[in-house]
Design a binder for this molecule. Structure first.
Ligand SMILES: Nc1ncnc2c1ncn2[C@@H]1O[C@H](COP(=O)(O)OP(=O)(O)OP(=O)(O)O)[C@@H](O)[C@H]1O
Length: 275
């Protein structure tokens, strides 16, 4: 494997002002992500997954360690350099309802990052068309507003926005956990399709081992701010060696999302797919 796209090295994040109230949310975390790779990050609530994603985005108070993107230290970038980095690193959040402005049309939502990166009006219009097509939304979606779409469709809009300026890495923080199972599977398939087409890498945060297995090449398991196990996605999610991962697996047995979806579809005999 060549050079990693992202290298997280011995990262420490602490919250709290005083020495006595300080809480270590990340404790010497190291993780690499390679171009075009999906690394799933699992762990129970409070284990530090979101904090790690936020640290990559420059949104967490890093006490020690480094985050490097394509070999460049991005741990503590000044605001302007961080804004420029948004061309390369984007994010998709969990909540497809709260993460999109309700007063902006889809066209405006998708044009905003294009304009911010200096892309002209006619190129933007063309790019929005391509993005809508890429995420499987109708061509006339641009004139509509987020509240006119379902949760799955909104998440497609959020994915289109993240893709707008062709990032190399997307931090996906629980991007499907607000969606029902069959919609989850379709959005995950979309993320994989986009990765095949564009070579984007994902840091995929989820508490759900089934979701992570569905999409990831490698999986890292977090427990109390540390990565306790990492490796090939199938090995970690089927035959984990760490006792904590084994407990996690027992507490959330993994259904096969595709098989569930097939069962559901054969039951409902192909209702229109709106997600
Ligand atoms: N801004 C903050 N100030 C203080 N503590 C915080 C802050 N953000 C996170 N924490 C703490 O850091 C720990 C890790 O939180 P984090 O949100 O990263 O966990 P998580 O694994 O993503 O959990 P969940 O699956 O519930 O989202 C938790 O104990 C949390 O309370």
């Amino acid at each position: 494997m060549g050079e990693p796209l992202l290298r997280i090295n011995d990262l420490v994040v602490e919250f709290g002002r005083s020495r006595w109230s300080r809480f270590r949310a990340l404790d010497s975390v190291s993780l690499d992500i390679h171009p075009g790779e999906t690394v799933g990050l699992v762990g129970e609530s409070g284990s530090g997954k979101t904090t790690l994603g936020r640290a990559v985005l420059g949104l967490a108070p890093v006490t020690a360690g480094t985050v490097a993107f394509e070999g460049r230290d991005i741990t503590r970038l000044p605001r302007r350099a961080r804004r420029e980095l948004a061309n390369d690193i984007q994010v998709v959040f969990q909540d497809p309802y709260g993460s999109l402005s309700s007063t902006m049309s889809v066209q405006e939502i998708l044009t905003e990052p294009l304009r911010a990166s200096g892309i002209g009006r006619s190129d933007s219009i063309q790019r929005v068309r391509t993005l809508l097509d890429q995420v499987g939304l109708p061509a006339n979606s641009g004139q509509r507003y987020p509240n006119e779409f379902s949760g799955g469709q909104r998440q497609r809009i959020a994915i289109a926005r993240a893709l707008a300026i062709r990032p190399r890495l997307i931090v996906c923080d629980e991007p499907v956990s607000a969606l029902d199972l069959s919609t989850q599977a379709r959005v995950l398939d979309l993320l994989r399709q986009i990765q095949d087409d564009t070579g984007v890498a994902y840091l995929f945060v989820s508490h759900d081992l089934a979701v992570v297995r569905h999409l990831s090449h490698r999986v890292a398991v977090m427990y109390r701010g540390q990565i306790v196990e990492s490796g090939n996605a199938s090995t970690v999610t089927r035959t984990p060696s760490n006792p904590y991962t084994q407990r996690l697996l027992l507490s959330s047995p993994i259904p096969d999302l595709n098989r569930q979806r097939e069962r559901r579809m054969s039951r409902s005999m192909l209702q229109p797919q709106s997600a």
